[in-house]
Design a protein around this ligand. Structure first.
Ligand SMILES: Cc1cc2nc3c(=O)[nH]c(=O)nc-3n(C[C@H](O)[C@H](O)[C@H](O)COP(=O)(O)O)c2cc1C
Length: 196
């Protein structure tokens, strides 16, 4: 599987880090190849939130370099995710503004009917955001808000982050065991016994 991973300038670099950690270890074992792009603000926010340069064995592209293979639909890529995805980036994708490599790569994914997952991080949402979200969903993208879940009882921030990244990997078609999956409520009379 060949993927494009883009990191834009929304809060949420830990989601991107966890995804890249997974792709460079488990993903690589299963033949996943990734190309990586940071927007200028994406890199800035990463440094603020992670505090260290991202170092991964992937091809890293400058966001103004349109010579990247995935800037053309003729290159065989399977999908792309933008994580985290800023509201601005989502709007540019929604309206086809291929002014940077992230936008162009996303535009290619949509026109070629390939998988595009946008891990949006913004709150609250304005009507402008809601309209752009509607437009990208209508065009075939998956909008996956970076909103963690609690039913798997995450014990720390890493496990909380995994509740988002696990679902992101699901949508990219990559099997993973990053979180405990919901298996329904325990049958009546068989509830787990609380510790004394
Ligand atoms: C520390 C920091 C956090 C930010 N968090 C968000 C955010 O959560 N969501 C968002 O849409 N924009 C956020 N922004 C604003 C974006 O970085 C800004 O709109 C930028 O133009 C996005 O550029 P890009 O889409 O090219 O990455 C943040 C900026 C900074 C500096």
């Amino acid at each position: 599987m060949k993927l494009v991973v883009a990191v834009s300038g929304a809060s949420g670099a830990p989601y991107a880090k966890r995804l890249l950690d997974f792709l460079s270890t488990e993903g690589a074992k299963h033949g996943v190849e990734a190309d990586l792009i940071f927007t200028a603000t994406g890199k800035q926010v990463w440094m603020q939130e992670i505090g260290a340069e991202p170092r991964y064995p992937f091809r890293v592209w400058k966001n103004h370099d349109f010579t990247a293979p995935f800037a053309s639909g003729s290159a065989p890529y399977d999908g792309m995710c933008v994580v985290p995805c800023s509201a601005g980036q989502l709007a540019r994708i929604a309206y086809g503004l291929s002014v940077d490599l992230v936008g162009r790569a996303a535009d290619v994914m949509l026109k070629e009917k390939r998988r595009l997952v946008l891990c949006l991080r913004e709150t609250p949402l304005s009507l402008v955001h809601a309209r752009a979200i509607t437009a990208v969903i209508e065009a075939g993208a998956i909008v996956m808000p970076a909103s963690p879940s609690f039913y798997s009882a995450p014990k720390d921030m890493g496990e909380l982050v995994d509740t988002v990244v696990a679902r992101l990997l699901d949508r990219l078609g990559l099997p993973n065991e990053l979180m405990r999956r919901w298996e329904g409520l325990a049958p009546r009379g068989k509830e787990p016994v609380e510790d004394a």
